[in-house]
Every structure is written in C-alpha cells, then in structure tokens.
Design a protein around this ligand. Structure first.
Ligand code: HEM
Length: 267
C-alpha cells in the first residue's frame, strides 16, 4: 500500500482497535496508575461527573492552585490583569537569570582585589550572554517591584483585603517588603560607587530606627561602615535568605487564594 493510499474501512477499524487495546494496556499498568490518581482524566474509567471533575482539580499539582469551582469572572483577564501571576513569572525569571549570574560573580572586595566589581565588569563585557542575562535580571527586578505594587493596588480597589482574605493581604504586605528588600540588597552587589554610597545612605537611615536602630545598622553593615563584610552579608541575604522566605510566603499566598474560595467577586 502506497503512502497516498487510504487503508480499506475494515483495516482502518482493526488499526483503531489495536490502538485502543495498546492504550488500555498502558492505562492498566501500575506505572500509569501510580502517576494518574483516581479522578484523573487520563485514568481508565474517568467520567465527566462533578465528583470526577473535582478530583481532577485536587489531584493535579498545577490545577490544585485553583479551587475546585471557579467563579466565571475570576477567569477574566480584565479582573486581575494577572498582575499577581506576572509578579510570580518575574520572580521565576529572576531566579533563573540570578543562578546564571552566580556562576560568574564572587562577592569579595578587599583593598587589593575588588573581585565583585571586576566580575561585574567581566559579566558586561567578556562572558557569553553575560550582558544580556545581567540586563534581564535588572529589568525583571524593576518590573517586579512595579507589578507587585500594581497587583496590590488592584487588590485594594477590589476590596479583596476584606474577610475572608485579610490574612492573605497581610501575607501580601510581607511579600511586598521582601520584594523591596531583594531589590535593595541586589543594588550593593556591583560594588561600584553608586552602590556603595546608596547603601551607606540606606543603612544610615536604618540607624535612626527607634530603640534598636544602632544594633540593626551594625548587623546589616557588618561593622561600623560599609565595607567587604557588608558585601558578603547582603549577598547571602540576596541569594539565599530572602528568596527562601519569599518562596515560603508565596506558597502560603497561593494556598490561601484557593482556600479563600478563589479570586474575590466584583464589587
Ligand atoms: C511577590 C509578590 C506577590 C505575588 C507573586 C502574588 C501572587 C498572587 C497571585 C498569582 C494572585 C491570584 C490573582 C492575581 O493574579 O491577581 C494573588 C492574589 C492576591 N494577592 Fe498577591 N501576590 C504578591 C503580592 C501581594 C501583595 C503585595 C498583596 C497585598 C498587600 C497581595 C494580596 C493578594 C490578595 C488579597 C489576593 C486575593 C485577590 C482576590 O481574591 O481578588 N499580594 N496574588
């Protein structure tokens, strides 16, 4: 039979029957059943009932982010403008580009060897995709501050901070603070004049915090004035401590959206 020739009707039915048999065999295997849990549309015996639809939502990691039942308007782009989703997307971009930068950047600065500054220069001029990835990291950071702020404004204007979402609003406020802190700690890392003096001004301002201002400044600066100790402290905060807290808070934030009944209703 040539490529352009169609199989006769009987042969076609036989091919379909064999495909069905093979599909059943795969679906009956333990490997398949261990991955696709009861209620999954890919599992044998799935029926389009409310129970199976609810199970499909609950048993899939990605669908699980949504409540079992969604309000129709919650799916409208013009209700949320997906600003929260956009903030998360930018966070993912920042993580990926940040890991790339970590391969080339050393957070060290001494009088004799300003490694951080030299590495930053190399990233801009000598390293494959260095300039591109560094700029993507910078732009995504600026955009994330903007998108988180706009997301907060959207939530406020929809009154979505009211019960039952007041706890998630507080989680959000903490996420905003972490976003700003990530931005600020990243600012020191190029170790150029702009960074050093901006952080000197910033930490001096922190020194005026009531009651424990001096202690706070001492911990963040790692001494009495901005220097190599500050750089390593802010580096660890920037690449480890703050992202860790951000991921934890985001997990709680997303889980609460689901548990609070999905996106809030129109005013
Ligand atoms: C890293 C920062 C943040 C991320 C990644 C994030 C992510 C999200 C996502 C994906 C949603 C679902 C709806 C949407 O996309 O708009 C959402 C909803 C929500 N967010 Fe955020 N968010 C962040 C910061 C904030 C901030 C700063 C606040 C408020 C201070 C906040 C409060 C809320 C509330 C109350 C909801 C529920 C909104 C509703 O039901 O209409 N979030 N967030």
């Amino acid at each position: 039979m040539g490529i352009d020739q169609k199989p006769p009707a009987g042969q076609k039915a036989l091919i379909f029957e064999q495909i069905e048999l093979a599909k059943e065999k795969v679906q009956d295997s333990q490997v398949w059943k261990s991955i696709f849990r009861p209620g999954s549309p890919f599992r044998k015996g799935y029926r389009d009932t409310s129970r199976d639809r609810a199970l499909a939502m609950m048993n899939n990691l990605l669908y699980h982010l949504h409540p079992v039942k969604l309000k129709r308007h919650g799916l409208k782009l013009t209700y949320t403008y997906c600003l929260g989703g956009l903030s998360f997307f930018l966070f993912v971009i920042l993580t990926i580009t940040g890991i790339y930068l970590m391969f080339f950047y050393r957070p060290a600065a001494e009088v004799t060897a300003q490694l951080a500054y030299a590495d930053m220069k190399d990233l801009s001029a000598a390293i494959v995709f260095g300039q591109l990835v560094r700029n993507m990291h910078r732009w995504a950071a600026h955009l994330m501050v903007l998108s988180v702020f706009l997301h907060m404004a959207r939530v406020f204007y929809h009154g979505a901070y009211k019960p039952p979402r007041e706890f998630n609003w507080v989680v959000g406020v903490n996420l905003l603070q972490i976003t700003l802190l990530l931005s600020f700690t990243g600012y020191l890392l190029p170790w150029d004049q702009l960074a050093i003096w901006a952080v000197t001004v910033g930490t001096n301002m922190m020194g005026y915090t009531p009651v424990f201002g001096r202690q706070l400044k001492f911990i963040l600066v790692g001494g009495l004035e901005v220097g190599p100790a500050t750089l390593i402290r802010w580096y660890v905060l920037h690449v480890l401590a703050l992202p860790f807290v951000a991921v934890l808070l985001m997990a709680v934030h997303f889980w609460r959206i689901r548990k609070d009944g999905g996106i809030s209703g129109p005013l």
